[in-house]
Design a protein. Structure first.
Length: 114
């Protein structure tokens, strides 16, 4: 008789903690989450956001003025190209990440113009 092994409860709890931490980091950056995102989606979104932030900084942007305040919008961004896109209502995370990729290209291009 073949039995399926029990999932390792410790790893499951650790995975959930990691997911929760990523969600907190995304929310701090103004990314709205539904709670239905997978761990991979959250990790991919955080990676894209961090690459966007790096592109902004490398292009001369200041994240302190370009990032949203809480759940609102940035108060006075120095350049709209340096503002992280907002996730729309029921937008799929994959589509949101695609829009971040476009924003990364836009931020990099802005840096080359100066």
């Amino acid at each position: 008789m073949h039995m399926t092994p029990e999932p390792n409860r410790g790893n499951s709890e650790e995975f959930q903690r990691a997911q929760d931490e990523i969600a907190v980091r995304l929310r701090r950056r103004g990314v709205s989450l539904t709670g239905r995102e997978t761990g991979d989606e959250l990790a991919d979104a955080l990676d894209a956001v961090e690459r966007f932030e790096s592109a902004v900084e490398n292009s001369g942007g200041d994240l302190m003025v370009d990032e949203p305040v809480g759940s609102g919008s940035p108060i006075a961004p120095d350049d709209e190209a340096f503002v992280l896109p907002r996730r729309q209502g029921n937008e799929a995370m994959s589509r949101f990440i695609e829009r971040i990729e476009v924003a990364i290209s836009r931020a990099k291009a802005r840096g080359r113009q100066d």
